[in-house]
Each structure stands twice: as structure tokens, then as C-alpha cells.
Design a protein around this ligand. Structure first.
Ligand code: NAD
Ligand code: ZN
Length: 398
């Protein structure tokens, strides 16, 4: 009688027993609309964007408290819109009001309030969350929507210039956690982004101009004509002319949209992130100011610093740096520079930025208007000189 062979597991040793790779893709339609008075009777835009589902669908409205303070009639306007469209939508709950500004992202409160309202309002994956607010409320409520039931659809209605031209148009969401900006979040395209520019006239001056530094950023990266337009319109923009602001935001949003849809990397898996021009220091400045410095003001300072640096390392013509600093100043930016006083503390932002993206350091810069580039190391002494130069330039213009 022969001996019993050992079981096949042992015989095969480290040979893989199953080796299958499957590749699939998921297609998304990223919808972006500009309009005015979207909740007014007669404006059909919002109703036309409702998901194709058996009607009526449940809708949870979420509103930014700062927006409601400035526009006390907004919750009722939302409720009236829901009532007028009762054949298509059912309110899942009365409008949920979240704390406006960075408070929405610092801590779990706004996330939890939204997730709880989704649960208690029986908002399912065939339903919709309708979010009105600045970038911070959009981020927190979109994160809750994207993770509840593994993804409930949301329509974003950005209510600041920054969120209409930049952050609201994107496919990301996040809250701040463990001391890090945007530490927890997902890539989850909204069902649609609806920019109602009639919401913008109640913004204070700092948030009115906020979207313009992001518009300058995207112009520097992709569109010299947009920089010309911004420069030509600085006076009406500063005088809060809505038509002028709308024209710039439409171009800025369109460039962001193109980048997401045609840039080949909507979920940012690759190394380069050109849209982060000026942002390694901007994020650090916001946290150093304990979130009192608006993102748009921080981005303007960050752009100035990176353009001075690009000039100092011989990458960018000095005339361009001067022109952009002049443009930012005439839009009301670069006035508050106390966050630049401690350049050592600001430089910590480089490592935070690298870690957030993962892998090696890659700082986006430009070599001309409309010509994006990047560097993979930063000379700290030259960067400190650049920070000091921006501080001095800003203080001289006082
Ligand atoms: N998800 C992304 O891709 C992305 C990209 C860039 C920035 N962001 C985030 O966006 C946030 C900044 O957004 P923001 O600049 O829109 O500011 P914000 O959301 O902080 O809002 C600014 C202030 O304006 C109030 N407000 C909003 N709309 C108003 C209106 N129409 N009238 C009067 N007050 C109004 C808010 O309550 C708040 O007090 C940051 O947290 C930033 O990280 C996200
Ligand atoms: Zn930004």
C-alpha cells in the first residue's frame, strides 16, 4: 500500500490558486448650470434636473445658516418650490439648517445632522439632498450624502463666488479632522451643480471677492484671455456689479469643469494637481489664522508667493509676477498679511501638502500665463525670501 499524498494546498506551496483582474469603468455626467432666481415661480431649471426616478421623489433641503441669516425668506422659498412641484417631489423634512462657514467642517456636527436627517427623513438612494450654501456647508453635507447608504444623490446650489466658480463645481467633499484640513472625504460627483448668481448680493465684501482669486488662478494656468477680462473689469467687480461677476464666474467654472471632464484625472489619482497653484501655503495660512482668513484671501497670498518664487528661480518673467500682484491688489486682496509674519510656520504647509497628496512633493507653478508646470523640490531659503517679499509689497501699498 502506497503512502497517502499530501493535500494539494501543501503541494502547490505559494502558487496562486486564482488570478483574475477585471477592469470596469463607470460613466458620470457632470451637470453644471448658471441661472438666477432658481426658486422663483416660472423657473423650471431645478425641476428639470431632478433624477429620472418614479415620481414623486423624496427631497431633503439643507441650508447654510449664514445664507439664511442674510436671506431669512429662503427656507420659505424652498418650501414653496417643493409645494409647487408636489407632483415630482415630497419634502423629506423641513429645511435643515447647518452652521455656515468652516464650523460646518470642523468636527462631526454638520455631518451628523445631515446623516441623521437623511435617516429620519427616509431619504434613500432614489431620493435627493438639495444643498444651498458656501463651500464649507457644501463639503460637509455632500460628504454625509455621499456616505449615507453608500451614496445618496445631491444637487449642490453654491451660494458664494468661490463655490460657484471653483469649489462647488468639483467632485470632492470633505470635513477637517485630526488637525488636518479635508482629512475625511470622498470623490463623489454631485447629481448637478446649479449656480444661482442672484444669491450672491448678500455676501460681505471679503466673500464677494473670494471667487476672484480662484478665477485669477485658473486663468494663470489655462486662459490668458480670462486674466485680461478680470483686469479690464476690476472697477465694476469692486463696485459689486453682478453682471461682471457672473461673466468671470461662468468662465472660471467652465475651465474647472473642462479640467475635471477632459483633464484625464477627475479623481486625482495621478501626481500633478495644477489647480492647487498657490494652495500649499493657502491651506496652512487658513489653519494658522484659526480659520478666520477666507480661502479666497489665502489663495491670493499663496499665488503671490508662488509667483515670486517662480520668478526667483528663473522660471517666470518678473513682469508677469508684478502684473498678477497688481491685479490681485486692485481686486482688494493682499491687504491682510499677519499670517506671513512667521515664514517658518508657513513652510510647514509644504510637508502637509505633500502628505495630503501622497508620494513625492509636487508644487504646481507656471512658466508663463496659461503654461502650467511643477517643481518637485522647494529651496526653503528662496521660499522664505518670497514670503517676505510679498509681505513687504503688500505693506508698501497701504
Ligand atoms: N470640495 C472642494 O473641491 C473644495 C475646493 C476648494 C475649497 N473648498 C472648501 O470651501 C470652503 C470655503 O468655501 P467658501 O469660500 O464658499 O466660504 P464658506 O463656505 O466658509 O462661507 C463663507 C461665509 O459666507 C456665508 N454665506 C454663504 N452664502 C452666503 C450668501 N449668499 N450671503 C451671505 N452669506 C453667505 C457662510 O455662512 C459663511 O459664513 C473651504 O472649507 C474650502 O476648503 C472645497
Ligand atoms: Zn481653492
Amino acid at each position: 500500500m502506497g503512502s497517502t499524498p499530501p493535500p494539494p494546498e501543501i503541494l502547490d506551496g505559494d502558487v496562486t490558486r486564482l488570478d483574475v483582474d477585471g477592469t470596469f469603468s463607470v460613466s458620470w455626467t457632470h451637470r453644471l448650470r448658471f441661472s438666477r432666481n432658481v426658486l422663483a415661480p416660472g423657473n423650471q431649471l431645478l425641476a428639470s434636473l431632478l433624477p429620472e426616478e418614479p415620481r414623486p421623489i423624496r427631497v431633503l433641503p439643507v441650508l447654510d445658516s449664514g445664507l439664511v441669516d442674510a436671506r431669512p425668506g429662503l427656507p420659505e422659498d424652498v418650501t414653496d418650490w417643493l409645494d409647487r412641484n408636489a407632483d415630482k417631489v415630497i419634502p423629506a423634512a423641513p429645511p435643515l439648517i447647518l452652521p455656515g462657514g468652516e464650523d460646518a467642517k470642523n468636527g462631526w456636527d454638520a455631518y451628523e445632522m445631515t446623516a441623521r436627517a437623511i435617516a429620519e427623513g427616509h431619504v434613500c438612494r432614489r431620493s435627493l439632498v438639495l444643498i444651498f450654501g458656501g463651500g464649507a456647508v457644501l463639503d460637509a453635507a455632500s460628504f454625509a450624502s455621499a456616505t449615507a447608504h453608500r451614496g445618496v444623490r445631491a444637487i449642490r446650489l453654491p451660494s458664494t463666488t468661490l463655490s460657484q466658480g471653483d469649489s462647488g463645481v468639483g467632485v470632492k467633499n470633505a470635513i477637517n479632522a485630526f488637525g488636518s484640513k479635508n482629512f475625511l472625504g470622498t470623490f463623489a460627483p454631485p447629481h448637478a451643480v446649479v449656480n444661482d448668481t442672484s444669491l450672491l448680493d448678500s455676501l460681505d465684501d471679503r466673500h464677494w471677492r473670494s471667487g476672484l482669486s480662484e478665477a485669477v488662478k485658473v486663468a494663470l494656468l489655462k486662459d490668458p484671455d480670462l486674466l485680461d477680462k478680470i483686469e479690464q473689469d476690476t472697477v465694476p467687480l469692486m463696485e459689486r456689479d453682478l453682471d461682471s461677476m457672473e461673466r468671470i464666474l461662468i468662465e472660471s467654472a467652465r475651465l474647472h469643469m473642462n479640467h475635471i471632464v477632459h483633464g484625464g484625472d477627475p479623481f486625482e489619482t495621478k501626481h500633478a494637481r495644477p489647480l492647487d497653484l498657490g494652495h500649499w501655503s493657502a491651506h496652512r495660512m487658513e489653519s494658522l489664522s484659526n480659520w478666520t482668513l477666507p480661502h479666497g484671501d489665502a489663495v491670493a497670498l499663496g499665488l503671490a508667493i508662488d509667483l515670486v518664487y517662480a520668478m526667483k528661480i528663473g522660471m517666470l518673467h518678473g513682469g508677469i509676477t508684478e502684473r498678477v500682484i497688481q491685479c490681485l491688489q486692485s481686486l482688494g486682496f493682499l491687504g491682510e498679511t499677519s499670517v506671513l509674519d512667521d515664514s517658518e510656520a508657513l513652510l510647514v504647509g509644504l510637508e502637509e501638502f505633500r502628505e495630503h497628496l501622497g508620494g513625492r512633493l509636487a508644487i504646481p507653478l507656471i512658466s508663463d500665463i496659461g503654461v502650467a508646470g511643477e517643481v518637485d523640490e522647494i529651496d526653503q531659503k528662496t521660499m522664505k525670501e518670497s514670503i517676505d517679499a510679498v509681505r513687504k509689497a503688500a505693506n508698501q501699498s497701504d
